[in-house]
Design a protein around this ligand. Structure first.
Ligand SMILES: CC(C)(COP(=O)(O)OP(=O)(O)OC[C@H]1O[C@@H](n2cnc3c(N)ncnc32)[C@H](O)[C@@H]1OP(=O)(O)O)[C@@H](O)C(=O)NCCC(=O)NCCS
Length: 428
């Protein structure tokens, strides 16, 4: 008989300061919440940006921490859908995390996160996500870096040297109004399916328009509006074989910058054509590609690695497994594995303890057991491994996971493996 599993219900976390109460922020409270966020992030946005944030927050879960009637904490969660190996899952994306400077380190953030976990669980979201402004904050809440990004810089004062021949189909610049219709379906194929990468957010039409095609860059107002170049694919079925989204800025006395925001291509040759185009834009001398996947083929087909350098690597999308069983059952598995995992999870104890994971390309079972553990690890490290971006063997080598039965970590790695590394470039 099929076992019935109760949903993971997070325990109510009593606030560290009893006078603090946690409750939803109504629509009428959004402006007050934004004022708190701007205070803690040291921002004073123009009306247009404030309106944009307000519009974004209308669709979000909004949690407030109140000291009496005073709003002292704010956290929102976008209703995202994120690709996981073999599929996709609802995945709240935490944002605007703010605590009043008068109320720091009293458990306000902890209380808001407990509220958010309870809501996600009630809404049937087995995972949650965020981008961290400080990497030190979120591990304690069970978040692990599920995807990583690399900043790649090309010295484009000379032609880009390549070891492969770029695709010679025509390039075409798109008008921003065409972007959701042309890039949208193309991008969707880069998320799921055999050539998809885990960790990618579904982009709605509004997300394309307001986040990707926003006239002004949020962080650098010297940058041009976004430009979109595509490789035309006259033979169909998709009208394009690849695209790049970028902005530029020039200096009076020095070569300017091309800042690449996103690039996807059907083949290495198409990618080569796009990179060569970006590196050849007149009056510029640097291409800075932010948040590239760590297995970007450019790093192999560039003929001169002094010309194409990785200047930083960073954790991108942090993942929290809110319901470990549901999360593991929802992803695909590349190879068979049968192992008892002992998972530590202080914040959501329903996830903690020993479970037998029996997974294969045909499916996955994850059941509580009294059998001895083959491997012990923290839920944050399981989260880091979940999308295929961190190896369990590396966690063992780092002393973060303990292997009781030799070979378990290697078998888990083979099962968790994905053809392409997980990747996220939608920062929120
Ligand atoms: C970061 C911030 C949200 C923390 O809120 P808070 O209410 O002070 O956090 P809590 O009191 O719940 O702290 C929970 C734990 O995290 C730790 N912590 C929180 N912020 C930390 C930080 N910036 N660096 C190191 N540790 C931090 C606390 O020491 C505490 O540790 P403990 O559980 O071992 O006691 C708040 O300081 C803030 O609003 N900062 C400015 C905005 C910001 O950085 N937001 C995060 C954007 S991703």
């Amino acid at each position: 008989m099929e076992q019935v599993h109760p949903p993971v219900t997070p325990p109510a976390t009593p606030p560290a300061t009893p006078s603090i109460q946690f409750r939803d922020i109504p629509e009428a409270g959004i402006d007050r919440a934004l004022s708190l966020a701007y205070l803690v992030f040291h921002e004073s946005p123009e009306d247009e940006k404030r309106k944009h944030h307000r519009d974004l927050l209308l669709d979000c879960v909004r949690i407030g921490a109140y000291d009496g009637e005073e709003l002292v904490g704010f956290l929102a969660a976008f209703p995202f859908t994120v690709s996981v190996p073999g599929g996709e899952l609802p995945c709240p994306g935490l944002t605007f995390v703010s605590v009043a400077p008068t109320h720091r380190r009293r458990g306000v953030l902890s209380g808001m996160i407990a509220e958010m976990f309870a809501k996600a669980s009630a809404d049937g979201a087995p995972i949650a996500s965020l981008w961290a402004s400080e990497a030190v904050i979120y591990g304690r809440f069970g978040f692990g870096p599920g995807t990583h990004g690399s900043t790649v810089e090309i010295d484009s004062r000379r032609p880009l040297a390549l070891r492969i021949t770029p695709d010679d189909r025509p390039l075409r610049l798109l008008d921003p109004s065409e972007v959701p219709d042309v890039l949208g379906p193309y991008y969707d194929r880069t998320r799921t399916g055999p050539t998809g990468r885990a960790g990618r957010l579904a982009r709605t039409e509004a997300w394309w328009r307001e986040e990707w095609m926003a006239e002004k860059d949020e962080e650098d107002d010297e940058l041009s509006p976004p430009r979109v170049v595509t490789v035309v694919n006259p033979a169909g079925p998709s009208p394009i074989a690849g695209y790049a989204i970028y902005r530029t800025k020039t200096h009076d006395d020095a070569p300017g910058l091309v800042r690449l925001d996103d690039l996807e291509a059907d083949t290495p040759a198409v990618a080569a054509a796009l990179w060569r185009y970006l590196a050849a834009i007149d009056l510029t001398g640097t291409v800075r590609a932010w948040g590239r996947p760590q297995d970007d083929p450019l790093l192999l087909f560039a003929a001169d690695r002094d010309q194409v350098r990785v200047t930083s690597d960073f954790p991108a999308l942090w993942i929290r497994l809110i319901d470990v069983r549901a999360a593991l059952s929802a992803r695909s598995w590349a190879a068979p594995v049968d192992a008892v995992l002992d998972v530590r999870d202080d914040r959501l104890p329903a996830n903690a303890g020993r479970h037998r994971l029996t997974a294969s390309p045909d499916g996955c079972a994850y059941e509580r057991t009294d059998d001895p553990a083959d491997l012990t690890l923290d839920v944050r490290d399981l989260a880091a491994a979940y999308l295929g971006g961190t190896e369990i063997t590396a966690l063992v080598r780092a002393g973060l996971a303990e292997e009781h039965t030799p070979g378990t970590a290697t078998a888990l790695d083979a099962a968790l493996r994905t053809a392409l590394l997980p990747h996220t470039v939608d920062e929120f």
